[in-house]
Write a protein that binds this ligand. Structure first.
Ligand code: ZN
Length: 588
């Protein structure tokens, strides 16, 4: 059912070195036969993320994620399995096979659609840029000039203009052979209530939005006139290629700078970004109005864990800005806040005062947590018990989310100082709140681990580390033995792979399992020591089954006896005999 034949995926998997792939994203250190580093999927200061290159899997003891090399790419690059295969092939220099005969038409269609949508956006960028340069774009050019955006910046950001007419882009796209259905899905056109399909963006300054790789996937369109109707900023809707919550504006232009300088400036809008970018004051990205999402934070983490937030100063302590800061803190980022003068944003500030003054503000930016405490404390009268309690409760929710214990204690001391509560009490309260938070997370992440019997876990451990022996043991179990086990899908899959070379089984198994089952397997396999020999596990699993059967027989006996032992004497005798046999086996 895959786009790529399984044989291709298997070959690619064996060729790929999971260690090399992971190391492109995460610095790793050797620790015995495995490697460890800071987990890229949750924030931590002590490494609990392990890679086992020999067995071809990764696992994080902190947040529970795990899987094979494909799963790593899926999670890290936020792509589906087919795209992960494509990326891995590219990394390994393996050419992709011709589309498999009888392959999944759906998957083929999906990727063809995404390709068409990307092409449509390329056409649209070119169209909007032409319009900006044409006489019809004169006013837009004028506005950009008034906003201090230079022709070079217009060029580099790919800015354009969507003219007033209703179907200029539509006509262009249709002339280039795009199917009307594809165009509707692109978000570039919109269907009116009357059914008529027209250009979505009209009389707007157009800002192309790109993936961090540079492919254009959406647009933001700014009003030309305040009274032209519609919102001030109109954005592309979510499409098969565009997810707002996973995109940071400008990252494709600044990612190298962010890596080099070790921090990113987070600004609010396209024009804040344009000014910071043009002045070369710092590497910026824009969140575009809404609060940062966890996916955006993870995207940014690929490049840095230090962020300077540069929003409108009135907004820094509240709404989207506060939520963004709290999220970044919870994701383990070091967050600073820039203080501009009231009414200024980076756009106006740089235009009036120049990039050097802005850089100066960045240098003197304050740690967010410090800022938060002062801000929350401002205007509160700590002589009043109520004020203190209110302040403390508010700070506690932020503090509990700080992943690093040392940073948390430091924050606690600051709170204690402000609210005049002892440091010990504050630290203890915060630690309690943080622990509560952690437990709920872990329980949710691995739902089935608790239901798994020790013998199952031991056998799964064996499948990865002592494959030949565990497969031999597994072959002594039949379907009925596996039936009610939490790990039955894992065992069934392992059995179906028995003719693979034992070396290839661990990663082959992981690749074929569901995400949850693969995660279960890696969580067990990542432990360094064998829980029990495979043969013993098989016995224990058999016994579990006999126990179940014995209980079922007992229930049937009870039922028949309740109906009247006289009428059912023979049946009851037969059941007793079966039960005795089972007991013998169990006690053997
Ligand atoms: Zn983790």
């Amino acid at each position: 059912m895959a786009l790529f034949p399984q044989s291709f995926i298997d070959d690619l998997r064996l060729q790929a070195n999971i260690l090399q792939v992971v190391q492109e994203y995460v610095p790793l250190k050797r620790a015995g036969t495995t490697y460890k580093g800071l987990c890229p999927f949750h924030s931590e200061k002590t490494p609990s993320f392990h890679v086992n290159p020999e067995k071809g899997f990764f696992h994080c003891f902190g947040c529970g994620v795990g899987g094979d090399v494909f799963k790593f790419l899926e999670l890290h690059e936020k792509v589906g399995f087919q795209d992960a295969v494509r990326m891995l092939a590219q990394k390994c220099g393996v050419s992709l096979p011709e589309r498999a005969e009888g392959g999944d038409e759906g998957a083929g269609r999906d990727s063809a659609l995404r390709e068409a949508l990307l092409k449509a956006h390329e056409v649209a960028v070119a169209y909007f840029r032409e319009q900006l340069a044409a006489p019809v774009g004169a006013r837009a050019r004028q506005q950009l000039k008034e906003r201090g955006v230079s022709p070079a910046t217009i060029e580099r950001l790919g800015l354009g203009y969507a003219p007033q007419n209703r179907d200029g882009l539509k006509t262009r796209l249709l002339a280039q052979g795009f199917a009307p259905g594809v165009l509707l899905q692109s978000g570039l056109l919109a269907q009116r209530e009357s059914g008529e399909v027209v250009d979505r963006f009209r009389h707007r300054l157009m800002v192309p939005i790109a993936r961090d790789t540079g492919s254009i996937i959406a647009f933001g369109g700014r009003q030309m006139d305040p009274d032209q109707g519609g919102p001030k900023y109109l954005n592309s809707p979510e499409t098969p290629i565009y997810s707002k919550s996973r995109t940071l504006y400008g990252l494709h232009l600044t990612k190298a700078g962010i890596r080099k300088l070790g921090y990113a400036v987070l600004v609010e809008g396209y024009f804040d970004f344009a000014q910071v970018f043009q002045s070369d004051a710092a590497p910026a990205v824009a969140s575009c109005g809404t609060a940062l999402t966890p996916q955006q934070a993870q995207l940014l983490r690929r490049f840095t864990t230090r962020v300077v937030l540069s929003y409108d100063p009135d907004a820094a302590g509240q709404g989207a800005a506060a939520r963004s800061c709290e999220l970044l803190v919870a994701e383990g980022f070091d967050v600073n806040v820039v203080m501009l003068d009231a009414g200024e944003d980076p756009d106006t500030f740089i235009r009036k005062q120049g990039p050097d003054r802005y850089r100066e503000r960045l240098r003197t930016s304050r740690p967010y947590l410090e800022y938060l405490v002062d801000n929350a404390a401002a205007g509160l009268d700590f002589e009043h018990e109520d004020s203190r309690r209110q302040f403390f409760a508010r700070m506690l929710t932020v503090a509990a989310r700080i992943p690093d214990a040392a940073a948390r204690d430091q924050f606690a001391d600051r709170i204690a100082h402000k609210a005049r509560i002892t440091e010990e009490v504050t630290r203890a309260e915060i630690r309690k709140a943080a622990v509560n938070r952690r437990t709920t997370l872990t329980a949710r992440e691995l739902p089935a681990a608790g239901q798994m019997k020790d013998a199952e876990k031991a056998l799964i451990w064996g499948l990865i580390h002592n494959t030949g022996e565990a497969l031999g043991a597994l072959s002594e179990l039949d379907d009925a033995d596996l039936q009610s086990l939490a790990g039955r899908e894992i065992f069934a899959m392992a059995r179906s792979l028995h003719d693979q070379p034992p070396d290839a089984l661990p990663s082959g198994l992981l690749q074929r399992l569901s995400t949850m089952n693969a995660q279960l397997v890696t969580s067990i396999a990542a432990h360094p020591h064998p829980p029990a020999p495979a043969a013993e596990c098989v016995r224990a699993i058999k016994r579990l089954r006999w126990d179940r059967e014995r209980a079922a027989i007992q229930r049937e006996i009870d039922r028949l006896q309740a109906l009247g032992a006289g009428q059912h004497g023979r049946e009851i005798d037969a059941l007793w005999q079966k039960k005795k046999d089972l007991l013998h086996r169990i006690e053997d």
